[in-house]
Design a binder for this molecule. Structure first.
Ligand code: PLP
Length: 224
């Protein structure tokens, strides 16, 4: 892609977010666009930064460690972890990331809380809910969500700000977004991380505060 393509794609996505927000009476500023730069190198992420983008998402700790310390030093950026977090990567993740979207199981939460305290970095966290109850997918089962959120905020001392989901492919995302919103509401959580390239306008209509957009900004990814 030529250099201007990422800037143009970003402008297009931002315009679509604004239109989607206005059509349901929301303030577009209440929605954070996370540009998902996974598999794209630092130079391409840098083009998005040059176009004014400040929030970025990565799904692998190692890849983010290779790419982001230099970029962050040059330009203040907010880095979101949106992929599964292995317990042996918790220390590195807390040191590098600013927001974690994938708190998805007790074994992780019981490490994450103490690690954030030890590093004195209390990162805002989202609990990932497996709204489709898919065997192979990360996330807490919806029936366990309330108890897990309570334990995260209580015994593990994790600053939970909201919920995150990835709807099953080939299912109507709106049902999953509405379900996530309902779980968040009854737990008093204000933020919702939901919506990707193919469905972010639907997510905005259902209350998303953080949308995670990769291919609509950076183009299709090489398969990894
Ligand atoms: C890759 C990824 C995205 C972005 O997906 P696109 O369809 O490219 O927008 C969003 N969320 C998560 C958790 C991802 O892993």
């Amino acid at each position: 892609m030529p250099d201007t393509t990422i800037a143009a794609a970003l402008a297009d996505v931002r315009a679509r977010i604004t239109a989607a927000a206005k059509s349901c009476g929301r303030d577009p500023k209440s929605i954070t666009l996370i540009a998902v730069s996974k598999t794209h190198d630092a130079a391409r992420a840098g083009l998005a930064i040059a176009a004014g983008q400040r929030d970025f998402g990565e799904n692998r700790v190692q890849e983010a460690e290779d790419k982001w310390p230099g970029l962050k030093a040059a330009h203040p950026s907010t880095l979101h972890l949106i992929g599964p977090l292995q317990t042996n990567k918790v220390r590195d993740a807390v040191a590098l990331f600013d927001i974690i979207h994938t708190v998805d199981r007790p074994r992780l939460a019981e490490k994450l809380g103490p690690e954030m305290r030890a590093q004195n970095r209390r990162l805002p966290c989202f609990v990932q809910v497996n709204t489709g109850r898919e065997e192979q997918k990360a996330g807490i089962d919806p029936k366990d969500a309330d108890a897990f959120i309570t334990a995260c905020c209580g015994e593990w001392d994790i600053p939970v700000v909201g919920l995150m989901c990835i709807p099953p492919v080939n299912e109507e995302p709106a049902l999953h977004f509405a379900f996530l919103r309902e779980i968040a509401k009854r737990n008093g959580l204000a933020q919702l991380s939901m919506g990707m390239s193919d469905d972010f306008e639907i997510a905005v209509a259902l209350g998303a505060t953080h949308i995670r957009v990769g291919s609509a900004i950076f183009g299709t990814r090489a398969k990894i």
